[in-house]
Design a protein around this ligand. Structure first.
Ligand code: HEM
Length: 503
């Protein structure tokens, strides 16, 4: 038999064994409720179409259970739809719920397997996470990150002033600009920067490869062993291209740092500091590339919330003016924590449309029992962040509305009764490692937007002059963010425009 056919046959046999194992287990033990599914493929056809997070929330209601079980063609999967279930399992039993499933297409094939968010739970993850935490220690944040964030926010305000209609591009440039500046000391002038383009190419490949259903290999990892020439193995050729992109992104940026250090033009960055300390330059620097757009996605949602709710914009502007004076100066980090309305506005953005509505999947390392249900080892565990942040019992009956006031007392101070939407950043030991720095970025960007700009609905055509409601559609890939929408962004006064230009 030809070697390729032998591999395929072996792959098929192994796959059948794993499917049978799950069926035998599911017959014997009481798994959580969920749709019945089909032989072999299990519940593949029960995956909700469109916004999966909304579909799973509805499925939980239909089955009268916040914990759902689905069989993904042999891989067990639990969806946790309540804060109670994620706290019980992902937080209190984190010792066995903190692994990640394998992502063969993204990880091994496309070359993203170094990324902290994909690393299997264990010593390597602990070391990488500790290094990451060190890079973002309070003293580093104060000394290096905050000045760099402020510089990038001022560039963003200037871009917004010059070309307000391109605000979505500016958001990406802001988010990616902070990553490239803090990590490599690369400061972006525009989207044509070769380092940004190289990172964007690689990240685009990541998003495509991670899309549920985009590649069969994500559902059937065993296909990894199919040879490249085999019919249907196009994913392997695609992976080869992506792998080169990822390698290029990492190699080029590190080369830039080394060269600029050698000729004395380097600006302080995580890479330059690590290289100076003669540390391994592989273990820490690349993770943030996967995250080029997360802060952009969150800001994009907050701007959409402001466009749709002019009263929220007005209250935000009034609150910022009261704290720093109207058009006297731009906000800075000394103002952080002193304007509760801004904090409430950001919390509401994270809650209303969480940018990772199904979080990143966790994975069990041991079997377990929960509320009398059997939880298999090697099960994918999804925390349905959307369901948790849209629970009326926690956030009130108006959960679908964009309403920062839910986080405030009647005297305008932050309420202790409504919890911070921390599910937006994930759970337990795998909670977002950049949560603190992301919160700082969001704060200074939102406070600056409120201080400087009026934001309103676009006009519907040239003749009618009526205000056009922006699209409220969302793109749901790995990240969830608003589809392109139109709005008007204008400086609040000539004085503020001068402040921006001189920043
Ligand atoms: C609004 C902005 C952000 C949001 C909403 C967000 C959200 C998330 C979520 C939901 C996860 C998965 C957590 C889990 O598995 O339970 C995650 C993981 C992660 N995030 Fe963020 N993130 C944001 C910004 C950032 C930034 C700016 C950085 C880096 C500077 C970052 C670094 C990471 C890392 C390294 C992980 C992987 C952690 C691990 O697997 O141990 N994030 N993030």
């Amino acid at each position: 038999m030809e070697s390729g056919s032998a591999v395929v046959l072996a792959a098929f046999v192994a796959f059948m064994i794993s499917v049978c194992a799950v069926w035998i287990h599911s017959g014997k033990r009481g798994l959580p409720p969920g749709p019945k599914g089909w032989p072999l493929i299990g519940n593949i056809f029960d995956i909700p179409k469109g916004a999966m997070h909304v579909g799973y929330m509805k499925m939980a209601k239909d089955y009268g259970s916040d914990v759902l079980y689905l069989n993904m063609a042999g891989s067990p999967m639990l969806i946790l739809n309540s804060v109670e279930a994620v706290e019980d399992l992902l937080v209190r039993r984190a010792a066995i719920y903190s692994d990640r499933p394998r992502f063969p297409m993204i990880g091994e094939l496309c070359g993203w397997d170094f990324a902290l968010s994909l690393i299997k739970y264990g010593d390597q993850w602990r070391r990488s996470r500790a290094l990451f935490a060190k890079q973002f220690s309070p003293s580093s944040v104060q000394a290096y990150h905050k000045p760099c964030i402020v510089e990038n926010v001022h560039l963003f305000l200037n871009r917004l002033l010059n070309a307000p209609e391109e605000f979505q591009d500016h958001l990406v440039l802001l988010s990616a600009g902070i990553v490239l500046a803090t990590t490599y000391g690369i400061y972006l002038r525009d989207r044509n920067n070769p380092y940004l383009q190289s990172a964007e190419r690689a990240v685009q490949g990541f998003s495509e490869a991670a899309l549920p259903g985009a590649y069969l290999i994500n559902t059937f990892p065993i296909l990894e062993y199919i040879p490249e020439w085999f019919p249907g193995a196009g994913f392997k050729r695609k992976a080869k291209v992506e792998r080169a992109n990822v390698k290029g992104m990492i190699g080029d940026t590190i080369e830039f740092v080394k060269k600029s250090m050698a000729d004395g033009t380097a600006r302080s960055s995580m890479a330059s500091r690590a290289l100076q300390e003669m540390k391994d330059d592989k273990s820490w620097s690349e993770e943030k590339e996967t995250l080029l757009q997360n802060v952009a996605a969150a800001l994009n949602t907050i701007i959409l919330g402001l466009v749709l709710n002019p009263d929220v914009l007005r209250k935000g502007q009034t609150a910022v003016d009261a704290a720093i004076g109207k058009s006297t100066r731009l906000p800075n980090f000394d103002d952080e924590g002193k304007i509760p309305y801004v904090d409430a506005l950001i919390m509401e953005g994270l809650r209303w449309r969480p940018i990772v509505p199904l979080g990143l999947p966790h994975y069990t390392t041991e079997e377990d029992m929960y509320r009398g249900y059997y939880v298999p080892a090697n099960a994918i565990i999804i925390g349905n962040t959307w369901a948790i942040l849209h629970d009326p019992a926690t956030y009130g009956s108006n959960v679908d509305q964009f309403c920062p006031e839910r986080f405030l007392n009647s005297d305008g101070t932050l309420s202790s009764k409504v919890p911070y939407p921390s599910a937006a950043f994930g759970y337990g030991r795998r909670i977002c490692a950049g949560k603190g720095i992301a919160q700082h970025q969001l704060w200074i960007a939102v406070a600056s937007l409120l201080a400087c700009f009026d934001i309103s609905q676009g006009v519907d055509g040239e003749t009618s002059g009526a205000e056009a409601k922006p699209s409220t559609e969302y793109v749901n890939k790995v990240l969830s963010y608003p589809s392109p929408y139109r709005c008007n962004i204008e400086p609040r006064s000539k004085t503020v425009a001068c402040l921006i230009r001189s920043s």
